[in-house]
Design a protein around this ligand. Structure first.
Ligand code: ADP
Length: 265
């Protein structure tokens, strides 16, 4: 298996240090082994994106260290690919050009790019859409292209920030299944941010539940259910209830905090 583990040690992130400081992450410690599928779960405002961006190297921690595939994270790097919620495609490029772009930048020989693009188009059921532009695709199709783009660069680690959050339920389930298939085939480490409890249980080997401000690890749970998982199964529902209670506690804290801020204003 490729080296793709991640070590997060004593990570803190403070926005606007000083009077209006926001402690977004506090003392996060996680070891994520090679090939694990991890979901970061919690209501909005608990630091999921901040942690993902720190791992991606877009916004470094205020203190603590992150290593990814053995390298200290000091900025974005080729061992980490990121898929965003809002597709992030180039609107003026066709599907195949969007997928090829990163390889072209890297100076990959044209013949190699062509065969890799063909492979990815097939893997994500996009072959018939290769000449289309993003505006002529559905949301689900656009997100397939975004995933193909990241896969093209063959990063051992894939970071995903609510990638299916804007999709309807059926498209979302299809893409979840495709992602699980690709993950089983390519054995990448995936860190996937979601606020959907069901999505986390459906996908992850491990669910890290975060607390609302400061963002800490509230619970770290291994999900030991065979895939493909059945959301109607009693074990699935038992876990859903357990996680629901944990997330609800944090949502309450968020709500109380908002009321407090409103009272001060
Ligand atoms: P989540 O992804 O779980 O919704 P975020 O990581 O976006 O949470 O945010 C965590 C906390 O940090 C929130 O309270 C948010 O308001 C705050 N925050 C995020 N980014 C910034 C920023 N650039 N400046 C100030 N506060 C921020």
């Amino acid at each position: 298996m490729t080296v793709s583990h991640i070590d997060i040690k004593s990570v803190n992130k403070i926005f606007n240090p000083g009077e209006n400081a926001v402690v977004a992450l506090k003392d996060i410690n996680l070891h994520i082994p090679d090939g694990q599928f991890v979901c970061l779960l919690g209501p909005s405002g608990c630091g999921k994106s901040t942690l993902l961006n720190a791992i991606a190297g877009f916004a470094l921690p205020s203190s603590g260290t992150i290593t990814a595939a053995g390298n200290l994270v000091t900025g974005p790097g080729p061992e980490r690919g990121m898929v965003f919620q809002e597709y992030a495609l180039f609107p003026w490029m066709t599907v195949e050009k969007n997928i090829a772009f990163g390889l072209e930048i890297k100076g990959t020989p044209a013949a190699q790019i062509a065969s890799r693009v063909d492979e990815l188009l097939a893997m994500l059921s996009l072959t018939d859409f290769r000449q289309r532009f993003p505006k002529d695709l559905s949301g689900g199709m656009r997100q397939r292209v975004a995933i193909a783009r990241v896969l093209a660069l063959d990063s051992p680690i894939m970071l995903m920030d609510e990638p299916f959050g804007a999709l309807d339920a059926l498209t979302r389930r299809n893409l979840q299944d495709e992602l699980l298939r690709i993950w089983a085939e390519l054995k990448k480490t995936i860190i996937f941010v979601t606020h959907s409890i069901e999505e986390a249980i459906y996908l992850a080997d491990r669910i890290v539940v975060m607390t609302y401000r400061p963002g800490t690890v509230k619970r770290d749970i291994l999900v030991d259910l065979p895939r493909l998982r059945d959301p109607a199964a009693p074990e699935f529902n038992a876990l859903k209830r357990e996680l629901g209670a944990l997330v609800m506690e944090e949502q309450q804290r968020h709500h109380t905090d908002e009321l407090r801020i409103a009272a001060v204003d």
